[in-house]
Design a protein around this ligand. Structure first.
Ligand code: DGI
Ligand code: FE
Ligand code: FE
Length: 217
């Protein structure tokens, strides 16, 4: 019988970690490993009996910043190689481009992980988008509150998220709890970007509007 799982294969996850580590600095890799832990920890609240999805979350976390340390030129070259014409909004928000390029290289460089849910989690991990899946929201939040983040607003949100004891919530309440935390992280990022006079990507704005609507705000 062939092995029935795609993601629940510890050997593959460890091999992936090694490959990603070769693309990134030690500091960035520390963040990536911490996002993996955090994605697993948040993931347990929703997928405690689904090791396949938990390991998909691990793999998505390992891959989420895989192109983060490429230069702007290298990022743009990846877009050209894939015949993707960046929007003027993408170019105005260059720090968001690594999410786009990361998603683009997965099918060719990491074909064993080329699952659409994983690719979308990487694609939207920086800006979010309207109608994010649960997996996308988990990676989005894990990236913001991983244990290496010491920025006060990240620490506060991490403490608030787990301090509210989400394990005791109903399924619906827990999804709302995740939506609220994702919204707080977007609001914090927007305040930061505004304080620096940076342009805001329209996807970030639609993610915020969508979460607000879902939460009735
Ligand atoms: O890659 P990480 O640093 O782990 O985290 P990330 O993928 O969330 O990227 C964070 C950077 O992206 C940070 O410098 C803020 C920036 N960013 C996020 N949303 C937007 C944005 N930058 C612009 N200009 N516009 C956005 O909407
Ligand atoms: Fe990132
Ligand atoms: Fe990250």
């Amino acid at each position: 019988m062939s092995y029935p799982y795609t993601f629940f294969r510890p050997d593959r996850i460890e091999k992936l970690r090694g490959r990603v580590a070769r693309e990134l600095s030690a500091k960035r890799m520390e963040h990536v490993n911490a996002v993996e832990d955090m994605a697993f920890r948040i993931g347990l609240l929703f997928y405690w009996n689904d090791c396949e999805t938990l390991n998909l979350l691990r793999a998505a976390a390992l891959l989420h910043d895989v192109t983060k340390e490429l230069t702007d030129e290298e990022q743009l070259a990846i877009l050209r190689e894939h015949s993707v014409t960046p929007l003027s909004e993408d170019l105005a928000s260059m720090p968001t481009i690594h999410a786009l390029t990361g998603a683009l290289i997965i099918p060719e460089k990491f074909p064993e992980f080329a699952d659409q849910m994983l690719i979308d989690a990487v694609r939207y991990h920086t800006t979010g988008r309207e109608g994010m899946s649960l997996i996308e929201k988990i990676i989005f939040l894990a990236d913001y509150i991983d244990d290496t983040r010491t920025y006060p607003s990240c620490v506060a949100l991490r403490e608030e998220f787990f301090g509210a004891n989400p394990v005791n919530m109903s399924e619906d309440e827990r999804v709302r709890h995740l939506d609220r935390a994702a919204l707080v992280s977007i609001e914090n990022t927007l305040s930061y970007l505004e304080s620096k006079g940076r342009s805001i990507h329209p996807l970030t704005l639609s993610a915020r509007a969508d979460l607000k609507a879902r939460l009735g705000q």
